[in-house]
Design a protein around this ligand. Structure first.
Ligand SMILES: Nc1ncnc2c1ncn2[C@@H]1O[C@H](COP(=O)(O)OP(=O)(O)OP(=O)(O)O)[C@@H](O)[C@H]1O
Ligand SMILES: [Mg+2]
Length: 514
């Protein structure tokens, strides 16, 4: 007999329908899986056999052929266990339901239990889009699947339970979502701006960065609070919209990094990869491409601590995603694209010992060592960082001050306002450096938008002329300053860029201009 069951595969962050066809015919007992399965899918034969037997069902001692179609898409992972098992039980006449509008996803254990599977959210949302009406998923993953509207979710704990449901003996109750949309309104972050003492100018620069989507480099001695400040940054970024939250959740679901008790990620991510990270770890890749750190930081913050320690190579690969906001990975079987729209925040010490320029502790590095240390960062990458800010040591008085600083929620309100101004300004227009990107924030502006949106009055022009000649700035630095000034004006709610906006923007450029 022949049975057909539908499952889903992951292609990047999308789901693709897979037909699991099971044929049982007379002949010597055998069990083969065809249709470009990888090793984990091949192993599923053993799990399925044991799971069916241990669930009180009969495992047919005949010739079993399982075909996974379309055959040109590589099938990987254990998510096909459950559909294969259902197909075998159906083809051997133990159940006879109408499975046409149903989708099955899940890994099996030998005792017939259905286990957690990665990527349930993207798979089920693709299934709903394609008009499937019912989805059978591991019980653990039901809250995640239930985020998708328009499809009925059945949580499955064991094969035995599913079989008696499909036989109509003991129906499984569909899972209804209990997601509380208030969670997005009150994001909870571990580090709040309020906890950072002093460093007012750094907080201000992070506010400007958050408001306009600019990249930041912090430089200062050890223990000055660079890491602490970077950690607090997600808390002042605008609240996530439900679509953004779903997008982030899909990335974490595919990576198998969704915490068990968190069906939906409601906070902006903060990722701080170590400087020994590999190329694939940072941008994504591997035998079967997985999102890298830059995609895990999508819509949040990517923090590169001790920037000069990162290899040149690793930093160079950031240039393309920083501009395109996506990363494209080429494979023998085609290309995959993962989103990678993150804010880059980097930190470094001013020299190898960390105390160059510190008023208290003396620096022990030779000028040569300092030059070599700074040279390790690629010039083109540094150039893409709009805001350079120094983080000096905090004085004792400030550190012991009992008063709390301004809470992140207040800063966030200002940032959200400034972002709204930008949203209206660009209204989803295409532009930017490539001329094709959707503009979201001031940092995305290309030369054409800068010319149009960042006009200066006469006082501004003469200030900028003076700064350019005194600081020896390049044309690129000139554009950066104008974009920053635009953001600073937006934060203030000013339509025109004034001299004081410009003056603050000039401060954020490094002294040695590129
Ligand atoms: N401004 C501050 N307000 C409150 N606590 C601070 C501040 N600066 C530093 N600290 C305390 O010092 C600890 C170390 O700071 P942090 O790790 O951010 O330093 P850092 O500048 O990143 O140093 P390094 O260069 O060694 O990485 C923090 O975890 C925090 O407890
Ligand atoms: Mg640090």
């Amino acid at each position: 007999m022949l049975a057909k069951v539908t499952s889903f595969a992951l292609v990047g962050l999308d789901g693709a329908a897979i037909d699991v066809e099971v044929d049982i015919s007379r002949g010597l007992s055998s069990f083969v899986v065809v249709g470009l399965p990888d090793a984990a899918v091949q192993e599923s034969r053993e799990r399925v056999r044991a799971a069916i037997k241990n669930s009180g069902c009969r495992f047919p001692g005949q010739r079993i052929t399982v075909n996974l179609a379309p055959a040109d898409l590589r099938k990987e992972g254990p998510a096909y266990d459950l559909p294969i098992a259902v197909g075998i039980v159906a083809a051997s006449g133990q159940i006879w339901p109408d499975l046409l509008s149903s989708v099955f996803v899940g890994e099996l254990s030998l005792d017939g239990g259905v286990r957690h599977t990665n990527g349930v959210l993207p798979m089920i949302s693709a299934a709903a889009q394609q008009g499937y009406e019912k989805a059978y998923v591991p019980r653990e993953d039901a809250p995640e699947a239930a985020l998708v509207p328009g499809i009925e979710i059945f949580p499955v704990s064991t094969v035995a339970e599913l079989v008696s449901h499909l036989q109509g003996l003991k129906p499984i109750a569909p899972y209804t979502s209990e997601f509380d949309s208030n969670l997005l309104d009150q994001p909870r972050y571990g580090t709040d701006f309020r906890d950072v003492k002093g460093q007012e100018h750094v907080k201000r620069s992070l506010e400007v960065a958050a408001a306009g989507g600019h990249c930041v480099l912090m430089s200062g001695p050890p223990g000055a609070g660079k890491t602490l400040l970077a950690r607090a940054l997600p808390s002042i970024l605008p609240k996530l919209t439900i679509d953004e939250a779903l997008e982030i959740t899909k990335i974490y679901s595919v990576s198998g990094m969704l915490p068990a008790d968190t069906p939906l990620i409601t906070e902006r991510p903060f990722r701080a990869p170590h400087h020994t990270i590999s190329h694939a770890g940072l941008v994504g890749g591997g035998h079967w491409p997985r999102p890298g750190e830059i995609s895990l930081a999508h819509r949040g913050v990517l923090f590169l601590d001790e920037l000069p320690e990162f290899g040149q190579h690793v930093l160079e690969v950031l240039r393309q995603p920083l501009e395109d906001k996506v990363v494209t990975i080429s494979r023998a079987t085609g290309t995959l694209t993962f989103p990678a729209n993150f804010m880059l925040v980097a930190a470094m010490n001013p020299c190898p010992c960390g105390y160059y320029g510190d008023p208290v502790k003396e620096c022990t590095c030779s000028p040569m060592m300092i030059t070599r240390y700074r040279k390790r960062i690629s010039g083109p990458l540094l150039d893409r960082i709009d805001i350079h800010v120094e983080v000096p040591r905090v004085e004792y008085d400030k550190l012991t001050d009992e008063r709390l600083g301004e809470p992140s929620a207040n800063v966030r309100t200002r940032v959200e306002k400034a972002r709204e101004v930008q949203r209206q300004r660009f209204a989803g227009a295409a532009g930017g450096a490539s001329g094709k990107m959707t503009l979201l924030s001031n940092a995305d502006m290309g030369p054409a938008e800068v010319r149009e949106r960042c006009r200066l009055d006469d006082a501004g022009k003469s200030l900028l002329r003076a700064a350019m000649s005194q600081l020896g700035m390049s044309a690129r630095a000139f554009h950066r300053i104008l974009k920053l000034a635009r953001t600073i004006a937006d934060l203030e709610g000013a339509a025109e860029i004034k001299t004081h906006h410009l003056a603050e923007a000039i401060q954020y450029r490094p002294r040695r201009q590129t």
